[in-house]
Design a protein around this ligand. Structure first.
Ligand code: DGJ
Length: 726
């Protein structure tokens, strides 16, 4: 619910459990007055303290009031060069070279429903949403800034976006435009980020905010394996179940900056948006720029509640799921089994072994097109390699269909190998600056997706392939970072737009594909989880979580990912042992339990497995299908910290609390291990639950005292407890 107090210019956004407030003060400066647990209302600007602080200047219109400084007041959208020395939200350069932004309130508008952003992914929804638009202007620069707020009351979710319009008569260069600025009138907070590298994504990192700026970012052109555009600020003592925490995500897949600043007054500012690195947009008179959406959840009850709010909002208001309401298929992918070395009969043999086990979708990974016998050729040539697949997809797809399975393919549209027909015909379509050699990544170059003709060509070829056979799934990969970011199609003073235009180009093709083939499930991928973000999830409801398929490493990766992103978004497969990335051998039961904490599938040649393993796989697939709703749509509870505890455990609970599934994976085994009990969460305290069909247990007992854990008899064993209330 949005409450506008027009007389006092106080704007209050209530969700079920939280309240957010801003106020335009006597100078029409938009102050941020509160964000936190829900309160009744009133003008919370009374929380703000005014004092004369040395070296914190006073704006001209403050007169002799030395206690009024933009440098000390909590700002809703911070300005630049006119008195606030903290992190600026916006920066633009006028033709006279000045870089000053002074924004003042001019009005606001309340709408039912959720705003949309042209060309950009954003949360969507109907009348259960409200939108507030707050208008600001820099009168001297003739620049206007519109702040958008979407409120999804039931989800405790507040989205934000920003539109900047040049209302003057001369071009202006926009050099920074954050999506979110959030000032906290408190200092003692921890900053939590999710960091890593290829095959080790989203490891949780928590540290107290120190004076100054702490930040994570990507300058790689994709949101990256290394840092994620999702961060948390929380009270020092916050944990899974208590303490106030604030999660902020960017609905964007390119370069981002998430920066937290502890200020001179020991307050904090959080900034989130497109990275100002190599960013500069020229706005001609009348032109505008829309910054990507950011979304906020405040949880007064710890990280668990915050995650569950994000999970539900993402599932219900961000993704577009072609299988909505139904079930996504259990898949088998041939990559780890064959890499590039396959032909039709090999693929059909893998599918034939999978079909009787209940696996429903066969995915043909990299290597089916052009001259693609390894990773140094063929990218860009989106036509079937008929040496490997005689008769093309029109021959292969029906063979897969005849097994009762659906069929999917891998693509990597943004890339090109120099050894390809596409590159030979259009060398200037790759990103590279004139007169210098450019960096290769995995022997490939990046196509200039800012250019319409490049996108049209690539998409035209892929569209033809998708139309040539019965295809119900596409894995969209991207296997290198962007370098040599220069476009032959942009003038010198617009090269700073290229990183962002590239992302808009990716979104354009994803959007076209989604509209042309609404039945196709698109899985995102970027060498695993290098572009695991809410922007991609809008188009690709699931994303390959990591190239690391080792079940034990995956526990940490999926744990970190779960702080923001739901189980139904995390691509996870059972692969062969010893694992290709770690050399570790983990029991098939455990590999199944871990992959079931994601979208669930297999990535191995099942012809190489024993009869016993096949029986286990058959049981896993049947179990997953039976409990699909609980696993994919249940409320998710983390029961352990796999970085600290001797086991990893998590739990899904149905919304009516009648059912729950507990999964636990032990680490390496040790002799004389202590007795342990696993305390469950989210159950109905008064209900009687049968655990795996056995004697009933009270919910309160399972939550307060816990379930006694059996002693493992070897390394990396696991268990699953299915609870149903009597
Ligand atoms: C990287 C992906 O993450 C893998 O799963 C696989 O699709 C390869 N690329 C194929 O080149």
């Amino acid at each position: 619910m949005i409450v506008l107090d027009q007389e006092n210019k106080v704007f209050t956004l209530h969700t079920r459990n939280t309240t957010y407030q801003m106020k335009a003060d006597r100078s029409r400066v938009l102050l941020h007055t509160y964000y936190g647990p829900r309160i009744g209302g009133g003008d919370l600007s009374r929380l703000i303290q005014y004092a004369d602080r040395g070296f914190s200047p006073n704006p001209g219109d403050a007169g002799e009031d030395r206690a009024y400084s933009l440098d000390t007041l909590p700002q809703e959208y911070s300005t630049c060069g006119v008195g606030d020395f903290r992190l600026p939200s916006i920066e633009f350069e006028r033709p006279d070279g000045s870089r000053l932004a002074d924004l003042r309130y001019t009005g606001c508008q309340l709408n039912r429903g959720k705003y949309a952003l042209p060309g950009l992914p954003a949360f969507w929804g109907g009348d259960e949403w409200e939108t507030l638009v707050v208008f600001l202007e820099d009168a001297a620069a003739q620049m206007s800034v519109e702040l958008y707020y979407g409120v999804a009351e039931e989800h405790d979710l507040i989205t934000r976006a920003v539109r900047v319009v040049n209302r003057g008569t001369e071009a202006v260069r926009l050099c920074r435009c954050a999506s979110l600025c959030l000032d906290f009138q408190r200092g003692d907070m921890d900053f939590i980020t999710f960091n890593g590298c290829h095959a080790q994504e989203r490891n949780l990192n928590r540290a107290p905010l120190r004076p100054g700026v702490q930040s994570v970012e990507s300058v790689r052109g994709a949101s990256s394996h290394h840092h994620n555009p999702f961060v948390i600020l929380c009270e020092r003592g916050a944990n899974e179940d208590c303490g106030t925490c604030f999660g902020a995500m960017l609905v964007y897949s390119g370069n981002f900056l998430a920066a937290a600043e502890r200020t001179q007054l020991e307050n904090n500012r959080l900034l989130l948006g497109v990275n100002p690195y190599h960013f500069c947009y020229t706005l001609a008179p009348g032109q505008d720029f829309t910054a990507p959406e950011a979304a906020l959840v405040c949880s007064p009850r710890g990280f668990g509640q915050m995650s569950r709010q994000f999970h539900r909002a993402i599932r219900e208001h961000l993704i577009h799921d072609p299988c909505a309401g139904g079930r996504r298929p259990v898949l088998i992918n041939n990559w780890e089994a064959t890499e590039f070395h396959f032909d039709s009969s090999k693929l059909v043999s893998i599918a034939s072994a999978a079909a009787p086990l209940g696996i429903e979708l066969f995915v043909m990974d990299d290597g089916w097109f052009g001259k693609r016998d390894g990773d140094s050729s063929g990218l860009g040539d989106w036509f079937v390699n008929e040496t490997k697949l005689p008769g093309g997809l029109a021959d292969l797809a029906p063979k897969i269909r005849a097994l009762g399975m659906s069929f999917g393919i891998w693509i990597e549209p943004e890339m090109v190998n120099e050894d390809s027909d596409l590159y030979r015909a259009h060398p200037d379509w790759a990103l590279r600056a004139p007169g210098r050699p450019c960096a290769r990544g995995r022997s490939q170059l990046v196509l200039d997706f800012s250019r319409r003709e490049v996108r049209d060509h690539v998409y035209g070829a892929i569209k033809q392939v998708l139309g040539s056979a019965d295809i119900s799934y596409v894995k969209w990969d991207m296997n290198r970072s962007l370098t040599d970011v220069w476009s032959a199609a942009l003038p010198a003073d617009r090269q700073g737009e290229l990183f962002h235009r590239f992302v808009l180009g990716v979104y354009d093709i994803l959007d076209r594909m989604r509209r042309d083939f609404p039945h196709i499930l698109i899985e995102g991928c970027c060498g695993g989880g290098g572009r695991f973000d809410a922007g991609m999830l809008y188009y690709t409801p699931q994303i390959w979580c990591s190239d690391n398929t080792d079940a034990i490493d995956r526990l940490r990766i999926q744990y970190g990912t779960s702080f923001c992103y739901p189980v139904s978004s995390m691509g996870a497969h059972v692969s062969a042992v010893p694992n290709q990335q770690t050399g570790r051998s983990v029991p098939i039961e455990t590999r199944g339990v871990v992959a079931m904490a994601g979208t669930f599938g297999y990535e191995m040649d099942l012809n190489q497995t024993t009869g016993g393993e096949k029986e286990t796989i058959k049981r896993q697939v049947a179990f997953f299908k039976t409990h699909y709703d609980l696993i994919q749509r249940g409320d998710y509870y983390r029961l352990s910290d796999p970085f600290a505890d001797p086991y990893a455990a998590w739990e899904q609970v149905s919304s009516d609390r009648r059912e729950a599934l507990v999964s636990l994976v032990y680490g390496p085994n040790h002799a004389s291990a202590p007795f342990r009990a696993l305390r469950l969460k989210g159950l109905d305290p008064d209900a009687l639950y049968r655990v795996n069909g056995g004697e009933p247990w009270r919910g309160d007992v399972l939550m307060a005292a816990g379930w006694p854990l059996p002693m493992p008899t070897g390394d990396y064993q696991s268990l699953q407890l299915y609870l149903n209330a009597e």
